[in-house]
Design a protein around this ligand. Structure first.
Ligand SMILES: Cc1cc2nc3c(=O)[nH]c(=O)nc-3n(C[C@H](O)[C@H](O)[C@H](O)COP(=O)(O)OP(=O)(O)OC[C@H]3O[C@@H](n4cnc5c(N)ncnc54)[C@H](O)[C@@H]3O)c2cc1C
Length: 402
């Protein structure tokens, strides 16, 4: 059985290794495999999250049910075993995030390459697949340096994020010519751009705040203010839940999620009472980070020079509202160049979740980010690439009755 794996990222290398007994060729148009892996997890590669299947699927944002079978066939423990068995020692950190013990993503690349090569896979670099045509008994893979026939093809060409790593979306056209639907790709896990200029507080990290929209429930954690909007863990999470929404939309920061509005009002009264001679603009220091205060004062309409004991109940209510629901107009995001993952891709309705085989074209398989699946940060996306690649490779290598 001859199998072509298109794309030498996490999914493709795993598919190549798991297609046991087949003659596998991996095509990648870059000069080396796994270019995206180098930059994952800030160069440390958070390759999985050691949690149970249910928790895992709760962290999948798009098409979680589709992944149920793949995640149970290839668990986070299988990911650890795969790397350990191929020379990469691993460790688990806070939040059940697994990394190579060396903190070097390159060790993950070496282990996945070794896994592929241990199955005899041939890796062809600088080989761009420009078309794939169905033949009577398989597929003609047309690549920059010629055409070759294969019995089966596994598409692991990734999404569109960080296109300089090789996953630039060029292969969607090939996939569509094979009869598949590609759900419009959108950047996900990406910083958000706001209409409001928050740059005076650029670099500020707000700890233990929450962020919501009219549709998305509050997300708790840390938020960063950037030159043109918001970033940090909860902004990235929000970007995933809103990846298919239209811009602009409203988002609301709750600077004090642990307090109710009444508790916050009581707290303001207490703080103001303890600082009677201060001006209003100097009386919020105990409550909020310094660089946030000017935004609250400006929006409150209360004169910052007003003695704090003159702030009325109505004005206090306005301040409470601003602290609990600081409105932002999200007008965009930082795009594919800065997005961790792609939301969108091959419509999973057209794929058998047990084998990753196309329901449209027999002998054609898919793995990794090229599928319309995406998850939150924490090692889930990389694991999805490993698991779907594994299932695609092991299924494709099995002879089927016609
Ligand atoms: C900055 C950053 C940090 C990240 N950190 C983490 C993390 O810590 N944990 C986590 O879980 N996830 C992380 N991710 C996401 C994760 O890395 C990806 O979801 C995962 O690596 C996708 O693997 P893949 O094999 O599906 O696709 P890719 O790694 O994108 O591989 C696709 C391959 O296909 C090749 N290719 C494309 N078109 C063609 C063609 N026509 N012919 C031949 N070859 C082609 C490309 O060159 C590429 O090598 C991060 C992503 C980014 C961008």
């Amino acid at each position: 059985m001859k199998i072509a794996v298109i794309g030498g990222g996490a999914a493709g290398l795993t598919a190549a290794g798991s297609a046991k007994g087949a003659a596998v060729t991996v095509f990648d148009h870059m000069e080396k495999v796994g270019k995206k892996i180098y930059i994952t997890g800030k160069g440390r590669c958070n390759f999985t999250n050691v949690c149970d299947n249910q928790t895992f699927l709760q962290n999948v944002v798009t098409n979680s049910p589709f992944l149920r079978s793949a995640i149970s066939k290839f668990t986070p423990y299988d990911a650890i075993d795969l790397l350990e068995n191929n020379g990469c020692k691993t460790k688990v950190e806070r939040g059940r995030r697994a990394f190579p013990q060396s903190d070097k993503a390159s060790d993950v690349i070496k282990a996945l390459s070794r896994y592929a090569e241990s199955n005899g896979a041939v890796i062809k670099l600088n080989s761009k697949v420009i078309d794939i045509a169905r033949t009577d008994n398989g597929y003609a893979v047309c690549c920059s340096d010629g055409e070759e026939h294969f019995d089966r093809v596994i598409m692991c060409t990734g999404g569109m994020s960080y296109p300089q790593t090789g996953s630039d979306g060029n292969a969607y056209a090939v996939i569509m010519r094979l009869g598949h639907t590609v759900i419009t790709p959108q950047p996900s896990l990406v910083a958000l751009v706001t209409q409001e200029d928050l740059s005076a507080a650029e670099g500020l990290t707000l700890k233990n705040v929450s962020l919501r929209t009219d549709k998305v429930k509050p997300i708790f954690g840390d938020l960063m203010i950037t030159a043109d909007g918001i970033s940090g863990p909860i902004a990235l999470t929000l970007s995933a839940y809103t990846a298919r929404d239209r811009f602009p939309y409203k988002a609301y920061i709750d600077f004090k999620p642990a307090m109710s509005r009444d508790e916050l009002d009581a707290r303001l009264l207490r703080d103001f009472g303890a600082q009677l001679n201060k001006q209003f603009k100097n009386a919020l220091d105990l409550l909020l980070p310094k660089s946030v205060i000017p935004f609250i004062i400006e929006r409150s309409g209360v004169d910052g020079a007003l003695p704090v004991n003159s702030v009325t109940k109505k004005q206090r209510a306005r301040i409470v509202e601003l602290v609990k629901a600081f409105e932002l107009n999200v007008t965009g995001n930082e795009g594919f160049n800065r997005a961790v993952v792609t939301c969108g891709g091959v419509d999973v309705k057209e794929i058998n979740p047990k084998t990753m085989e196309s329901r449209i074209s027999r002998g054609l398989y898919f793995g990794g980010e090229t599928l319309d699946v995406d998850a939150l940060t924490g090692g889930y996306n990389f694991h999805i690439a490993l698991a779907t690649g594994y299932v695609a490779g092991s299924s494709a290598a099995v002879e089927q009755d016609e």
